[in-house]
Design a protein around this ligand. Sequence first.
Ligand code: NAP
Ligand code: GCO
Length: 287
Amino acid sequence: MGMIDKFRLDGKVAWITGASYGLGLAYAEAMAEVGAKIVFNDINQDLVDRGLAEYAKRGIEVYGAVCDVTNEEQVNAFVKDVEEKVGTIDILVNNAGIIKRIPMVEMTKAQWDMVINVDLTGPFLCSKAVLPSMIAKGSGKIINACSMMSELGRETVSAYAAAKGGLKMLTKNICSEYGQYNIQCNAIGPGYIATPQTAPLRARGEDGSMNPFDRFIRSKTPAQRWGKTEDLQGLAVFLASPASDFINGQVIYIDGGILAYIGQDPSNLDESKFQAEEEDDTIKVND
Ligand code: NAP
Ligand code: GCO
């Protein structure tokens, strides 16, 4: 196989969860460009319809349907449908995720459970549903959506950090248990990426002033900018492709250097350098 061919996904079926917009859509777009057949789900019909329209606009053929990743029956039914209508799943990206930014002492158990269910139990259920056919086939790729919060804590994100830390270990465990079947399970650990999920952290004040968290993140990031969805596409393709067949159980961080850097005094940043970044914040955010 030629070097470029090792990065191609021709004929592979890639299921990206929660991929109507945001990072999931970017992963799907990149994988489609190198030949994968894309399958996605989302939590409700409105989002699925929005996703179908986005893919159609980009000329990408997809299968999309409603499926709640926390509901085992729905997950199994979705996988069965995909197997009948598209084919067995070769690549799973556990992308669907939510965050609740609430101080831990104020967080209800229901809010905690919701985050753990979507961000940790969801990847368990979806992986469990696709692993039997991957084992039978003797190959498969699972890519989990980890986070800076797989390594670091921060005020208000206790459930999210617990879930993303747990997902790092689920990644290593799937690798440990199923690597013998030529199945690779790795994770992408994005830094702070401009998507609707992080929109509240970047929103300017009514007087147009920079959000203090935006200033903080830029001062912690050697690149001094938020990531863009396209910054993550190359790694997603790599981890889904034969080029990464001997990489297993790793979390690879794409963070503009955050985890390598102690950061600088935010007041030293030259704000005039930063232009308002255009992004699609029209979809509701998880707050
Ligand atoms: P996003 O914009 O919120 O998209 C996630 C998608 O998952 C949304 O369509 C969401 O629907 C859907 N979803 C929520 N609960 C679901 C469920 N139970 N079943 C199926 N789908 C469900 O998130 P993103 O910013 O693109 O991030 C994607 C993933 O990367 C997440 O796991 C996130 O934690 C992780 N991540 C993001 C960043 C970042 O900076 N953006 C950084 C590190 C890691 P709703 O819109 O209804 O919630
Ligand atoms: C937050 C952010 C983060 C990011 C991301 C970082 O409130 O600190 O939302 O959790 O979304 O996961 O990698």
